[in-house]
Design a protein around this ligand. Sequence first.
Ligand code: NAP
Ligand code: G4F
Length: 324
Amino acid sequence: MPKALITGITGQDGSHLAEFLLEQGYEVVGMVRRTSTIRFDRIRHFQDRVTLVSGDLLDEVSLIHLLREHRPQEVYNLAAQSFVQASWSQPVFTGEVTALGVTRILDAIRIVDPEIRFYQASSSEMFGKVREVPQTELTPFHPRSPYGVAKVYGHWITINYRESYGMYACSGILFNHEGARRGVEFVTRKISDAVARIHLGLQQELALGNLDAKRDWGWAPDYVRAMWLMLQQDEPDDYVIATGEAHSVREFCQIAFDQVGRDYREHVVIDERFLRPAEVDLLIGDPTKAREQLGWQPTIGFEDMVRRMVDNDIRLLKEEHDLP
Ligand code: NAP
Ligand code: G4F
């Protein structure tokens, strides 16, 4: 039975990837960091089928110990300070986890077992102020946030360890991907959760920042499949994973409110606190390489995704508030 280690298993992608790998017959080890309150909401339903181990990307010894003890063949590094807005208020912390954390885990792999196959969660945020449309694996980077800068470091150190030490290390440049397990601080889930609350009479207004920003939004379960495919190839490489379509935050609002028969203009207000010091206006990826070499393609379209997210949040809130 193949064994995989996932850092960030308690996050959106980590929880989907763990389920996917279990379905493929893997033994899954998930690294969790110590917190005073345990939040395993996303993994509770399969927690008894994975091994959870303590470790932190800030602590190299913890990484070496858990690799020595569990000896995985594949490592998926999904842990990060992943919220772009927070990276301006915590730039050094973001760099420690999201940038240097990648070197720590690569070094731990090199020390314990350099044959381990490694996946790094790179991001379309690296393209930032985009140099071309759509963005490919060869588009130059111009990150616009401390988070984006940290991800560029993580991307290049992964390539550097591949070239320096011959490691099987891949970087997936994933565009935004969403779903029922997305954190509520990210704009898509913030909107779907608010629409559900407004529909159920639990909230009146939704405060947002830039409605004109455009993103290439995909469905998270599709994207974890791409991570696994990257580690099953003969040679390690880097791939853009995207839908190839961009939509604005405003379009997301229109569809989400339409799902409950409302007009977003009657509920959305602009709040400057949600504007960013430097914005990424447009991201749109070209997934041709992933389609041709990995056989990967998305299964869920934008409108379907928005409507599913709203329906899911209505269901969750009804359960939470005991509503009919
Ligand atoms: P997420 O929901 O925010 O999950 C982040 C995970 O990292 C959580 O499990 C978190 O643990 C863990 N973590 C944070 N700091 C850590 C540390 N110092 N040591 C160990 N674990 C730590 O993020 P996601 O949306 O699943 O994204 C997964 C990865 O893909 C991230 O690297 C993100 O930057 C990248 N990415 C995401 C997208 C996207 O659209 N979702 C697109 C491109 C790239 P706690 O639960 O304890 O907080
Ligand atoms: O949902 P967001 O916070 O995601 P963002 O910044 O694109 O980052 C996500 O995707 C990246 C991939 O490109 C990942 F690497 C990263 O880890 C994360 O998963 O914001 C999306 C857009 C931005 O342009 C933002 O300015 O929505 C705009 N927005 C407008 N109002 C808002 C809001 N974003 C948030 N979070 N909250 C708002 O009220």
